[in-house]
Structure formats: C-alpha cells, structure tokens
Ligand binder design. Structure first.
Ligand SMILES: Nc1ncnc2c1ncn2[C@@H]1O[C@H](COP(=O)(O)OP(=O)(O)OP(=O)(O)O)[C@@H](O)[C@H]1O
Ligand SMILES: [Mg+2]
Length: 266
C-alpha cells in the first residue's frame, strides 16, 4: 500500500484566525477525534491539509455522500483473475497506516454508514471489518477528523447525538476582513486593495443570508473572482461569474448583489 502518496510535502498556506492550530495540535497529541464546523469555502480543508503537513501525517480525505455505504469506507472483496481479493477502503488504510482520515461532509452519509466509526472514536480505537472477520486495531498515529456545515442539516439529516459526542469541535468562519483580504491577495496574487474590495462585497452578500440567499460569498468564491481578474477579466464581469451567478437565479437578488459590487468598487 503506497501511503506516501498521501503525504503532504509542501507547506499548505494557511492563515490562522485564532488559536485553532494550537487547539488542534493538543487534540492530535491525544488522538482526539475532531470535528471542523463551518460554512462552505471558509478554510476547513486547507486547515486540515496544513495540520497534516505540520504533524507530518499522511492525510486521507473521503468525500461523503448519501449513497456511500460502510463498504466504501472500510473495504470490500473484489473479483480478480485469482478469485476474490479483499481491498481495504480509505478508512481502513488510514487506520492501519496511522494517517489522519478526513471525512468531508459526514452528515451526507447514511446513519448506518456513520456508525462504523463508533468503535474507532472511543477508547477502543478498533475498526471491525465484519465481512473479513477481522478486527483492526488503530495505528497509534491514526486520527479521525470530520467536517460539518452547521445550518445545512435537516432533522433527518444530522449526526446522531452518540456520533457528535465522540468528537471535539472547532468552529470555523470567514476570517476577519484584513485576514480574508490577505488570503485572497495571496491565493490569487492580486493587490491587497482590490482584495479588500472583494471582501467588502462578500460582507454585503453575507448580509443577504436568510433574505433570499442561503449563503453569502465564501472565501473560495472571492478567490475565484480574484483569479479571473488577475487573468484580465474586467472586475464587474469577474464578480458576476464568481460571486453572483453561482448563488442565485432570482433576478431581484442578482440586482441586489450587483448593487453591492458597484458600491464596493467605487
Ligand atoms: N485561513 C485560510 N488560510 C489560507 N487559505 C484559506 C483560508 N481560508 C480559506 N482559504 C482559501 O479558501 C479556499 C477554500 O477553502 P477550503 O477549501 O478549505 O474550504 P472548506 O471550508 O473546506 O469548504 P467546504 O465546506 O466547501 O469543503 C482554499 O482553497 C484556500 O485557497
Ligand atoms: Mg472542504
């Protein structure tokens, strides 16, 4: 098994908003399962990449979805020319090799899938491979991390209390203006003044949350806009493509967003 492919050799750029790095390091020292909570595009994935690099652990990420089964996580028997051969799933690989396993959007997975992580996330640190009749003891360096977008859950689509209570959690949100502008400027190689204007637009778009928009513009969207601009696309058009069209089809809300863009670019 080639775990080296999961190692992060170059430092992922991450600008901290608070003491999340120290908190996470302390949690990792105890191998505490962790939950990263926050809206889309606010830096959760970048943070875990940065921490895996800092702690020198391989990082195995699984994008969870509603059709995902426990076998997709732990593994299954597959047929090949020699007969049926067991293939470890990504979670099992991480458990055996001492990687950090990041289950992205875990709430999307069905609850019968989620419970496979229970024996891994308490004192036992065990992963039962029922179909293979094997009990895998987690490598001492293994840690489980999940992401969670608060606010997107419905009553039927939420983590069970017994799952939630197995994790420590860190809240993430869009960074304060100077930090977010620095991130956008860095990631898209634009100047800070322009990045600040984009962050101002995001603030207005985030204020429309609840009144027509489910979510305001994320840091990720600002970076998209900035990258289009740095490739020569006029600012208004870049904002249209990256900040307005993706989030709403409603003509009035698009107009409201256009006014926000115009106001911030004066
Ligand atoms: N604090 C930060 N430091 C550096 N870059 C950041 C930071 N926050 C956001 N970014 C930038 O924003 C982009 C989007 O962030 P990221 O992919 O980590 O979001 P996410 O929270 O994982 O979103 P999702 O819930 O949709 O998966 C990153 O690729 C990175 O360029
Ligand atoms: Mg992510």
């Amino acid at each position: 098994m080639d775990i080296d492919g999961y190692r992060i050799s170059e430092q992922p750029y991450y600008l901290a908003s608070g003491n999340e790095v120290a908190l996470y390091e302390a949690a990792y020292a105890d191998r505490m399962p962790m939950m990263l909570k926050g809206p889309t595009g606010c830096g959760k994935t970048r943070f875990i990449e940065h921490m895996a690099w800092k702690l020198q652990r391989p990082l195995i990420t699984v994008a969870c979805h509603e059709d995902m089964t426990a076998s997709d996580l732990v593994g299954r028997y597959l047929l090949d020319e020699t007969g049926t051969v067991w293939h470890d799933g990504p979670l099992t690989i991480a458990v055996r090799c001492g990687a950090i396993c990041y289950l992205d959007e875990i709430v999307e997975a069905r609850q019968d899938t989620t419970v496979v992580i229970h024996p891994l996330t308490d004192e036992r640190r065990l992963l039962p491979l029922e179909k293979k009749n094997e009990l895998v003891r987690a490598h001492p360096d293994f840690q489980l991390v999940i992401s969670y977008n608060p606010g997107y859950q419905s009553a039927i689509k939420d983590l069970k209390e017994s799952t939630k209570q197995r994790f420590g959690a860190i809240d993430f949100d869009y960074p304060e203006k100077p930090l977010e502008a620095a991130i956008v400027a860095h990631e898209a190689k634009i100047d800070t003044a322009l990045a600040e204007s984009l962050v101002d637009i995001a603030a207005r778009s985030r204020n429309l949350r609840g009144s027509g928009l489910d979510e305001g513009a994320s840091t990720r969207m600002l970076i998209y806009a900035a990258r289009l601009i740095s490739r020569g696309i006029p600012i208004l058009e870049a904002c249209e493509v990256a900040l307005i069209t993706p989030v709403t089809d409603d003509a009035d809300i698009r107009d409201a967003l256009r006014s926000a863009v115009a106001a911030c670019l004066q």
